[in-house]
Design a protein around this ligand. Structure first.
Ligand code: SAH
Length: 497
């Protein structure tokens, strides 16, 4: 089959602004050629086996010249690959998307273009500036402020001023004083509201409010740098009232998410929605034990058990695989009752089409052990080193059980000096821990002798907090052992600071 190229707009920075179609294209890619302004969370969607080529450009020195990028796209497509060309914002808005298609057309290589949300509209939106508003303007203009070295700007300022519309300049940080000068000379009122938005839609977003006349000085005071856009027009006056993003409870706060990679998604997303600067650093990985003869034997004798107990989604995942391997489905479980330690585990069962018959009110091993309404034998499928609280409760109640390890937790992190330095320097105010093993994982990543006193450990429950305290961390404990409660804890803790 022949290859093809899909130009995909990655959006302005917030990974949530990638389109659904764009996401699907990335997930199906064999080769991804990407730019500097694409967020790490979007790059994380690139499939494991796919080739990722970084052609990121710096403003002054082009890392990979445009002709070479065009050639890479052509070569990879001619090899028969499904190529995704991933670009910041929208590929056709000052993204040289058109240039990249020329060579493909010449060689008859099929292509598609998936538009992205452009920073020209999204950065103002996140800064509370609607680019049009019936009371203030009837047009919006997107202009490049890129200035070739040593050359004057080639912008028709008179024409722009005449439109009375909102003006949005991209690539204009360096040329900003010249742009302002150009507009003033063309007769624009110096009191016209103006703004700059740096790193729009990301946790690092900063907004500079000014008038046309005061913009150069205000921007210099704030040290506004690229990537930033300049907006000129009456609509800028609305930002004070509409700047919703800057007011999010975790805006700009760095939060470390230590969950295993495959489970980090929802927590990270919820924190990002509150404006947090999420740093995903998976400190542990769970691996199903395969083959797992003791689970096989137990499941072959499922009739011996009254209850099947799960204490984590990873346990459910290992069980699901084994059931599949045995060629069985949900009907095989008709005679046994199912227990889940909490909401996340119950959801993992629901994803298999199974409903938990019992979930303790408090989501932990002790409550599960004390509350399970069992008068027959219990089969526990859980981690290699599970909490003793569960089995102790069963022993006390003289409930018979088999406790079978079906997955193990692996701490295979390379030592991270970057993480250690950031933690010790107080650059990460919050670290989330969703299990005691994630605490152990973090400690193994940065070294037990590190200073753990500079951040607040947001812990999902008592056991996790106990492990965190052992390393001298300041801990806060969520009201319930759920992801939502951890997110709520982050919000409350940030509000108190
Ligand atoms: N195709 C892109 C624009 C590429 S040109 C788009 O549609 O957004 C690069 C310029 O875009 C930068 O110099 C800056 O002016 C602007 N830009 C890109 N991302 C930005 C962001 N997150 N915040 C502010 N400006 C941004």
């Amino acid at each position: 089959m022949g290859g093809k190229v899909t130009l995909v707009g990655a959006g302005p920075g917030d990974p949530g602004l990638l389109t659904q179609k764009g996401r699907k294209a990335i997930e199906a890619a064999e080769v991804v050629v990407y730019d500097r302004l694409v967020s790490p969370a979007i790059l994380a969607l690139i499939p494991q086996g796919a080739k990722a080529i970084d052609v990121g450009k710096e403003a002054a020195h082009h890392k990979v010249p445009q002709e070479q990028i065009n050639q890479i796209l052509l070569d990879e497509a001619l090899k028969g690959h499904n190529v995704v060309r991933l670009k910041g914002g929208d590929p056709f808005v000052f993204g040289r998307g058109g240039e990249e298609l020329e060579l493909l057309v010449e060689h008859g290589v099929p292509f598609e273009e998936i538009p992205g949300i452009t920073s020209a509209i999204a950065a103002p939106a996140y800064a509370g500036i609607p680019v049009t508003h019936r009371d203030y303007c009837s047009s919006v203009h997107i202009i490049t402020g890129h200035q070739r070295a040593g050359k004057p700007l080639t912008i028709d300022f008179e024409a722009l001023v005449r439109t009375k519309g909102t003006l949005v300049f991209l690539m204009g940080v360096t040329a900003m004083p010249a742009i302002v000068e150009g507009l003033l000379s063309a007769g624009m009122d110096g009191d016209t509201p103006a703004a700059m938005v740096e790193s729009g839609t990301t946790p690092a977003q900063r907004r500079c409010d000014a008038t046309l006349r005061t913009l150069p000085q205000r921007a210099a005071e704030m040290g506004i740098h690229s990537p930033a856009i300049i907006i000129v027009g009456k609509v800028c006056a609305l930002s004070e009232k509409f700047c919703w993003f800057d007011q999010l409870p975790l805006k700009g706060q760095r939060v470390l998410v230590t969950r295993p990679k495959d489970r980090a998604g929802t927590l990270s997303e919820k924190l990002r929605t509150l404006g947090a600067d999420v740093w995903e650093y998976p400190c542990i990985e769970t691996r199903a034990i395969r083959p797992c003869p003791s689970m096989t034997v137990a499941l072959e004798h499922l009739g011996d058990y009254q209850w099947l107990v799960f204490t984590s989604p990873a346990g459910v995942a290992a069980f699901r695989k084994e059931l599949q391997r045995m060629g069985k489905d949900g009907r095989y479980l008709a005679s046994v009752k199912l227990a889940a330690i909490g909401a996340g585990t119950a959801q993992a069962l629901r994803d298999m089409g199974l409903m938990a018959d019992y979930i303790p009110e408090v989501y932990d091993a002790a409550h599960l052990g004390a509350g399970l309404p069992a008068d027959g034998k219990v089969l526990i499928l859980r981690a290699e080193i599970g909490s003793p609280a569960l089995t102790e409760a069963f022993k006390e109640r003289t409930i018979a059980y088999d406790d079978i390890p079906v997955y193990k937790t692996v701490y295979e992190n390379p030592r991270s000096e970057e993480l250690r330095t950031a933690l010790e320097a107080g650059e990460v105010p919050f670290v989330t821990f969703t299990s005691a093993s994630t605490v152990k994982g973090l400690v193994s990543s940065v070294g037990a002798d590190a200073d753990f006193s500079r951040f607040t450990a947001l812990c999902i429950g008592e056991q996790t907090a106990a492990e965190a305290k052992r390393h001298g961390m300041a801990v806060k404990i969520a009201r319930a052992a759920t992801i939502d409660a951890v997110v709520e804890l982050a919000r409350e803790t940030a509000a108190k600071q």
